[in-house]
Design a protein around this ligand. Structure first.
Ligand code: KIV
Ligand code: ZN
Length: 515
């Protein structure tokens, strides 16, 4: 019997810290449901003290998720721990993850604390967290640049205080694989009570080594890896879940531990996260990139036809690549629609939501003959993005483009229940449309990203548009899908405006004062 490697997903917390990757509560719930279906062991659902919205999301995910442990992040201070404990209350299985920095540079410049004070805060936070749950994780932030002897003292005190998992973060992605593996091995050998906690790792990808460092630590005894779908996360991101999982699964000849993940959910999860955040997946990305299983060269294709193993070390189907089947058409009924969505990990919160989404599906099916799983995902992202009390609703759009004439867009947008109309010229139909909408809304938001993706192949495919807007440091993403890319763009822009004009102040866990 092999040891179990715990997969701790932090897409909804560290992933969301990536600039521009903010997600709504509904979007987080959809991702959490898919992670649960994937059998992820621990879902870090957010940082409850960051904002009322984060608190509500962690609370809602705790209500819904039954098969994975739901975790909330908290700085090592009483208020954060209290918030995390309250947010996690409904969870079937909960964990509080508390942290404080331990490297000389962080203690001196960020915390302005002496090492002994840092230990006292860590111990107090862990003891307080144990009043809410007996599953408590402690992280010495910036462990990768902390002094070894001090790290041993902090971890010993943390385990004595009741931490059941101790996590070693390479917060700034500075370590190298052999060095990081040795660090974890030495910690496990030198912390006197190390056998009473699971050792975990949390690696950032600043040098492109997050996965290599994590796996080196697993080779040396770490039994939890913290990772994110598509490697989303601060700066260059975190270790990518799909790469960690498939490395351990594919190289069982080398690893003395195994995972409990349903790998067929990897590609659907990658698409969902990319769809929601507007962060595209590069074509040559391992496991989930469009080319990850494509064989262009004739010699490779010939080999694959004769025996797949000649050039493939994994099966595309095993990571969920076959999932994009033609599933529904205009004659499909509501039950078939609901069942198909259920198999994609989606359940409607209410009958009204289900009816509204079905109506949108029928509209699409009238225009598009074949509806694929990816069409459904886009439809859901859009439905999930539309809430009842939106300030802006796109009512009508008309554009005129002609060779040698300047394109013109005329739009009607409902603003707080009243229709407003505007017409503008632009460099192209999309530019004119955005200018016309902006003339009505006057948001002052700066366009940071505009991307169009063809959801399926063929000229009748839906275009899926992501728009990122920034105002006074607040960044939001909007999404829209339609067979007409100008309409999809207008929907995405209006969706982003609804989020931008409804901002919610948010504290960053690592930049804010620790206490
Ligand atoms: O990178 C980091 O150190 C973190 C901690 C909060 C675990 O994200
Ligand atoms: Zn991190």
């Amino acid at each position: 019997m092999k040891d179990k490697l715990v997969i701790f997903d932090t897409t909804l917390r560290d992933g969301e810290q990536s600039p521009g990757a903010s997600m709504t509560q509904d979007e987080k719930i959809r991702i959490a449901r898919l992670l649960e279906k994937m059998r992820v062991d621990v879902i870090e659902a957010g940082f409850p003290a960051a904002s009322p919205g984060d608190f509500k999301s962690v609370n809602a995910i705790s209500e819904i998720i039954k098969d994975s442990t739901v975790c909330g992040l908290a700085r090592a201070n009483p208020k954060d721990i209290q918030k995390a404990g309250e947010a996690l209350k409904p969870a079937a299985s909960s964990r509080i993850h508390t942290f404080i920095a331990t490297s000389p540079i962080h203690m001196q410049h960020k915390l302005r604390m002496q090492p002994d004070e840092v230990i006292d805060h860590a111990v107090a936070a862990i003891r307080q967290a144990r009043n809410f749950t007996d599953n408590v994780e402690f992280s010495p932030e910036d462990a990768g640049r902390s002094e070894f002897d001090f790290l041993c003292r902090v971890l010993e005190a943390a385990i004595d205080a009741g931490a059941t998992t101790v996590n070693i973060p390479d917060t700034v992605g500075y370590n190298l694989p052999s060095q990081f593996g040795t660090l974890v091995k030495n910690l496990m050998e030198n912390v006197p009570n190390s056998d009473k906690a699971v050792f975990s790792v949390h690696c950032h990808n600043d040098l492109g080594l997050a996965v290599a460092n994590s796996l080196a630590a697993v080779m040396e005894g770490a039994r939890q890896v913290e990772c994110t779908v598509n490697g989303l996360g601060e700066r260059a991101g975190n270790a990518s879940l799909e790469e960690i999982v498939m490395a351990v699964r594919t190289r069982q000849d080398e690893f003395v531990c195994d995972i409990n993940i349903d790998t067929t959910q990897i590609v659907p999860a990658s698409r969902l996260v990319s769809n929601i955040t507007g962060f595209p997946v590069q074509p040559n990305k391992a496991i989930v990139g469009a080319n990850a299983f494509a064989h262009e060269a004739g010699i490779h294709q010939d080999g694959i036809i004769k025996a797949r193993e000649t050039y493939e070390i994994m099966c595309a189907e095993d990571v969920g690549w076959a999932a994009n089947r033609m599933v529904l058409g205009k004659h499909s009924g509501r039950n078939a629609f609901k069942e198909r969505l259920k198999s994609l990990g989606f359940e409607f919160a209410s009958e009204e939501d289900s009816i509204a989404a079905f109506t949108r599906f029928k509209d699409l099916a009238d225009k598009k003959h074949e509806i694929f799983d990816d069409d459904l995902q886009a439809l859901l992202t859009e439905s999930g993005n539309i809430s009842e009390n939106e300030r802006f609703v796109l009512k009508h759009i008309e554009t005129r483009s002609q060779t040698s004439l300047t394109p013109v867009a005329s739009v009607v947008v409902e603003v707080d229940g009243e229709d407003a109309k505007a017409e503008e010229q632009g460099n192209g139909a999309v530019d004119a449309t955005f200018k016309a909408i902006e003339k009505i809304v006057d948001s002052g938001g700066l366009l940071q990203l505009y991307s169009v993706n063809s959801i399926t192949s063929g000229t009748d495919a839906q275009g899926e548009v992501s728009v990122r807007l920034e105002k006074n440091g607040e960044i939001v993403n909007g999404h829209g899908a339609d067979l007409d890319i100008v309409i999809a763009s207008a929907k995405a822009y209006v969706n982003a405006l609804n989020k931008l004009c409804n901002p919610e102040g948010k504290v960053h866990p690592q930049m804010a004062q620790a206490i």
